[in-house]
Write a protein that binds this ligand. Structure first.
Ligand SMILES: C[S@@+](CC[C@H](N)C(=O)[O-])C[C@H]1O[C@@H](n2cnc3c(N)ncnc32)[C@H](O)[C@@H]1O
Length: 400
């Protein structure tokens, strides 16, 4: 039997130990635990293993409140106390930024007010009428009736998904500040949903089938810090309302009146609209058409008549902007900034770059290159995704 001690957690929240000198990753373990293992995957460089027996459990372990915890993989830290997950994330962030960007910083991690029921959007798979999430790195379905990370309005809807009569497909469920729902169904099935029942039991603003409205609207309204945002069924929006509000507040502190601002990867315009209340002018760039249409509407709703939006790839649109820019906000997807975008960004000589990131690894890579012209002293972690290994970061870079 393979009996080992877990040394620490890796960047994905899995325990690390060594079997015959080979690094081995084990989910659902904590540092200091002694466990017996069964190897589930063996490669030249590493093993993956599962616990067959806990010989000594950590005093920091808690009973996960989720019945699907060990299988679903969506929130791999639900066996830890919340304060321990914050400590783990802070250390992880500091280590990555030190190792890959040579930044030695003591980073504050801002907690989420809601540690469960914080997600305003989930995506579920439907296979042969069974509803759930895929197991990590597989197409094996874990049937679920509830997701502890999702807002209550979403969970109330999950039990009524069978009323949509989908045999195979995917469903994206979004909720807003007012517990209203926007439902996006992706399926090749010809479906006959029981819409009167669903409308009677849930605050449904719209149901979209593939890309066509089936019932009601194709977008709904979210409110963050007294600002209204229209969000289409296929537009990005920050998934944790409380952390989104804290992110807005941190960004506002960095902006002075009369600036010209760029909001790159702007989605429905959130960060740029929030930052540009007293701006001279602002530009937003975004690749999803409905998101840009939302952003144009949102700039009008929030009385910003000085924001100009461009639809397209940032790397293509950015070089077309010829104004003198004071502040550049970037909030790219996990892949971070591509090489040409980074090169163009540096040519603007902006006073500040505000970098919002959901992946510390690509953030570190990009900061290393941007630090040729900018000082990096101001980094905050935000716990956008409690009980998962993910971290949101806000970095303010000041031109030297
Ligand atoms: C992390 S989201 C940020 C959205 C927005 N800043 C917010 O706070 O809601 C990244 C956004 O970048 C967009 N995007 C991804 N790749 C892009 C590209 N190459 N050019 C422009 N936009 C892109 C996505 O559609 C998404 O809306």
């Amino acid at each position: 039997m393979n009996e080992v001690t877990i040394e620490k957690l890796d960047n994905q929240g899995r325990g690390i130990c060594y079997l015959n000198d080979k690094i081995t990753f084990v989910k659902n373990t904590l540092p200091g635990e002694i466990v017996s293992l069964n190897i589930t995957k063996e490669t030249k460089k590493y093993n993956e293993a599962e616990v067959t027996q806990y010989i000594k459990k950590s005093p920091n372990r808690i009973e996960s409140p989720c019945p699907y915890f060990n299988e679903c993989g969506g929130c791999g830290l639900l066996h830890s106390k919340y304060e321990d997950t914050l400590k783990y994330k802070k250390e992880k962030l500091e280590n990555i930024l030190y190792k890959y960007a040579n930044l030695k910083l003591n980073i504050d991690l801002i907690p989420s007010t809601n540690q469960l029921e914080y997600r305003n959007k989930i995506t579920l798979k439907i296979i042969n009428n069974k509803i759930g999430y895929y197991k990590p790195s597989s197409h094996e379905l874990i049937e679920i009736k509830k997701c502890l990370l999702a807002e209550p309005a979403i969970n109330n809807f999950i039990i009524d998904i069978p009323k949509l009569n989908i045999k195979n497909g995917e469903i994206v469920i979004r909720s807003n500040y007012n517990n209203e729902l926007l439902i996006w169904i992706k399926t090749k099935d010809k479906i006959k949903p029981n819409i009167p029942y669903l409308k009677e039991h849930h605050k449904i603003v719209g149901i979209i089938l593939n890309s066509q409205p089936l019932e009601g609207e194709t977008s709904f309204i979210e409110i963050i810090n007294h600002q209204l945002f229209t969000i289409s069924y296929d537009s990005f929006f920050q998934i944790n309302r409380d952390i989104c509000s804290k992110l807005f507040n941190l960004i506002i502190k960095e902006i002075t009146p009369n600036e010209t601002i760029l909001d790159l990867y702007c989605g429905v315009g959130t960060l740029g609209i929030n930052a540009s209340k007293n701006a001279k002018k602002a530009y937003g760039i975004e690749i999803v058409k409905n998101a840009v249409l939302n952003a144009i509407t949102n700039s009008k709703i929030n009385k910003r008549d000085n924001i100009y939006y461009m639809l397209g790839d940032v790397s293509v649109c950015l070089p077309k902007i010829k104004d003198q820019i004071d502040t550049i906000i970037v909030d790219p997807p996990r892949s971070g900034l591509d090489k040409s975008t980074k090169e163009t960004l540096l040519t603007f000589n902006a006073n500040k770059i505000i970098y919002v990131s959901c992946d510390p690894m690509t953030l570190a890579r990009d900061l290393k290159e941007l630090s040729t012209k900018y000082n990096i002293t101001n980094i905050k972690g935000l716990d956008m995704f409690p009980f998962t290994h993910h971290i949101e970061c806000l970095v303010v870079l000041y031109r030297r």
